[in-house]
Design a protein around this ligand. Structure first.
Ligand SMILES: NC(=O)NC1=NC(=O)NC1=O
Length: 171
């Protein structure tokens, strides 16, 4: 699934900073991360870029985490609109079958409980995961303390960012 702003590594390396920002923002909306990667160009390979993306996304500050989480639709809710983020979210969440009412309802209830407990949306790297796998991860993580859950959320955000970046750069 290619989003409209997909470009080659060469194009990414040579693009004006504003265009690099436009590609990076839907991957992870953390200004420091976007700036660091843009400034680190040119990258010799896609792997070098993905390594830099992973490293620059560790650690996050609490503010960065909150800011980035605001952009992720709940698991089980189809993101509306044609933005790069919405398009990628729908593709990532294709493992959720809207016709499976029981699972969708269980996800909605789990999301609600998670938000009440942690005060933020339940975030998981959805690509490659079925609704049932995400539901069991949600149930398991509901048992975490906030201290236990924080690094888990950061890792999921990192995985989503790297996956989206990879998807946006033509191999
Ligand atoms: N709440 C979420 O975890 N949302 C999402 N995870 C993804 O991988 N894509 C999403 O939209």
């Amino acid at each position: 699934m290619r989003t409209r702003q997909a470009m080659s590594l060469e194009q990414f390396n040579a693009a004006p900073a504003a265009e690099a920002h436009e590609l990076l923002k839907p991957c992870l909306d953390v200004p420091r991360w976007i700036e660091e990667i843009t400034a680190a160009r040119p990258f010799a390979s896609l792997d070098a870029l993905l390594d830099a993306a992973r490293n620059a996304a560790d650690p996050f500050t609490a503010e960065e985490l909150e800011g980035a989480l605001a952009h992720h639709p709940r698991i089980g809710e189809r993101a509306a609109g044609a933005s790069a983020e919405a398009t990628m979210s729908r593709s990532e969440q294709s493992g959720v079958d809207a016709r499976d009412a029981a699972t969708v309802a269980a996800l909605a209830a789990g999301n609600k409980a998670y938000e009440e407990k942690f005060g933020r949306v339940f975030l998981i790297r959805a690509a490659g995961r079925s609704a049932k796998e995400m539901l069991s991860a949600l149930q398991e993580r509901l048992g975490h303390t906030p201290e236990e859950e924080e690094p888990v959320v950061a890792e999921q955000l990192r995985e989503i960012a790297v996956l989206r970046l990879k998807q946006n750069l033509l191999e």
